[in-house]
Design a protein around this ligand. Structure first.
Ligand SMILES: [Zn+2]
Length: 468
């Protein structure tokens, strides 16, 4: 296989060679379910989605794991503020996350492990680190990772371990540690906080340990790809590497992939900046979920994505062009010989699309290849230079490439119930020159969300975007 990915740890772009032939194992840091997910998070999730889809399109088996952080300081604080339990609060926001990712066409991960359901995996990993001398207990019963025991610390983030700045998550963990750089693996039970009675004592897990424990539980001690936003490189992923490799003595991850920020109004999009755009809110405002998806995937993952007022409109226009060519090809009828050029043209398009994605998932270049095809196809349709079967072949290619992009409507679910009969009745009305009947049926179809247009190939229909 020819897919090359740029690994953050080595800084090199190199071919992906799965540890197990034909099977790629991927772990993505998922959401902390304390509130609604914003589009900055979704940019990172959808880049992993494109990776998973492309590997499957290439015929590889993929196991994709995305964790759900359902215990942390913010969840505890929000649950306390609402007077509810962390379980109720995180269940609620997990359901919202699932609804959001379904709406924007994200492939459901194969496993969505929850931290609170993997406490045993975390405590046994922590016990191993204690036994090996990479971790220590403090007086209150918390456990910390001893960074001085792990000389490779700082490689991912290219930091000098002696001059480490303390990350904000680390800083918050004031449990009497030996060295300010050390990070919490286990936080001793405190009044008013949830805790688990475990073999290493009562308490709750730190954030970093959950990703090591859950990735290794579901994917093995070494796996192929770990993804996340670049803000997770330090300290989260640095800590994951240290605690995993110190415990197992094996290379934790083959390839680290990090998605750059989504910037809104020029500033890094994050809750603390206050410029939040929540997926659920955008969709409730009537934003097309397909346009939102397109807007979030269209820029290469390693480049910052500037999200402006025009972003969604541009994405919507691109989706509209794709829908129009699909509609036109679906309706196209021309009794003429197949054009021998078409097969070569389709092969060249597919090759350009794949070559772009093979080059560290260059989605913008892949989209350029797709739109070259759209432009050429529109010209051929206008000039009636396609045979019916050539039109079918182009449509087939578009649908096939869309297995990776996920922005076209599904052919199978395209027509709402009852619409096919109305279209048939309308075709009959027009054949009988019953214009009033034809107009009435057009209105009825519109109420079902189907727009009809009359062309020399007969009726063309397309789905109207839902209002909300
Ligand atoms: Zn993580």
């Amino acid at each position: 296989m020819a897919l090359e990915l740029r690994d953050t740890l080595s800084g090199e772009q190199r071919p992906l060679v799965p540890l197990e032939a034909g099977h790629v194992r991927i772990y993505s840091c998922g959401p902390t379910v304390y509130g609604p997910t914003h589009i900055g998070n979704f940019r990172s999730f959808l880049f992993a989605d494109i990776l998973v889809r492309y590997l499957r399109y290439r015929g590889l088996r993929v196991t994709w794991v995305m964790n759900i952080t359902d215990v942390d300081d913010r969840i505890i604080a929000n649950a306390a503020a609402e007077g509810t339990t962390i379980a109720e609060l995180s269940d609620r926001w997990l359901e919202q996350f699932k609804a959001d990712f379904a709406a924007v066409g994200m492939t459901p991960p194969d496993v969505l492990p929850r931290a609170t359901e993997h406490i045993d995996a975390m405590t046994s990993l922590i016990q191993t680190l204690l036994d090996k001398g990479n971790a220590y207990r403090t007086d209150d019963g918390s456990v910390f990772f001893r960074i001085s025991s792990w000389p490779a610390y700082g490689r991912l983030a290219r930091l000098d371990p002696e001059q480490l700045q303390v990350g904000e998550r680390v800083e918050a963990d004031d449990y009497g540690k030996d060295d300010v750089r050390d990070f919490a693996l286990w936080k001793a039970a405190k009044p008013g906080e949830p805790s688990w009675d475990t073999s290493i004592g009562p308490g709750r897990p730190g954030w970093h340990i959950e990703c090591s424990a859950m990735s290794m539980r579901h994917l093995g001690t070494s796996f192929d790809i770990h993804t996340g936003g670049i803000d997770l490189i330090f300290p989260h992923h640095e800590d994951e590497i240290a605690q995993s490799e110190a415990a197992t003595g094996q290379t934790f991850v083959g390839t680290w992939l990090h998605c750059d920020h989504l910037r809104l109004g020029g500033a890094k999009m994050a809750r603390r900046v206050g410029n939040i755009a929540r997926v659920a809110d955008l969709l409730a405002e009537g934003v097309s979920p397909r346009a939102l998806r397109y807007a979030l995937i269209r820029v290469n993952y390693r480049q910052a994505l500037e999200y402006t007022e025009d972003t969604l409109a541009e994405a919507g226009a691109a989706i509209e062009r794709l829908d129009q060519v699909v509609t036109a090809l679906s309706a196209y009828v021309e009794d003429r010989a197949d054009d021998p050029e078409i097969a070569a043209f389709l092969t060249a398009t597919r090759e350009a699309f794949e070559a772009a994605l093979d080059d560290d998932l260059n989605v913008s270049k892949a989209l350029a290849a797709l739109f070259d095809l759209v432009r050429d196809t529109n010209r051929r349709i206008a000039d009636r230079r396609l045979s019916t079967s050539d039109a079918g072949r182009i449509l087939e290619l578009l649908r096939d490439l869309d297995r990776v992009l996920g922005v076209l409507t599904e052919a199978s679910e395209a027509l709402p119930a009852g619409a096919a009969a109305l279209l048939e009745a309308r075709a009959a009305a027009r054949a009988g020159r019953d214009w009033a009947g034809s107009d009435r049926l057009r209105d009825e179809l519109a109420t079902l969300g189907v727009a009809v247009e009359d062309t020399r190939d007969g009726q063309r229909w397309r789905l109207l975007e839902p209002v909300s």
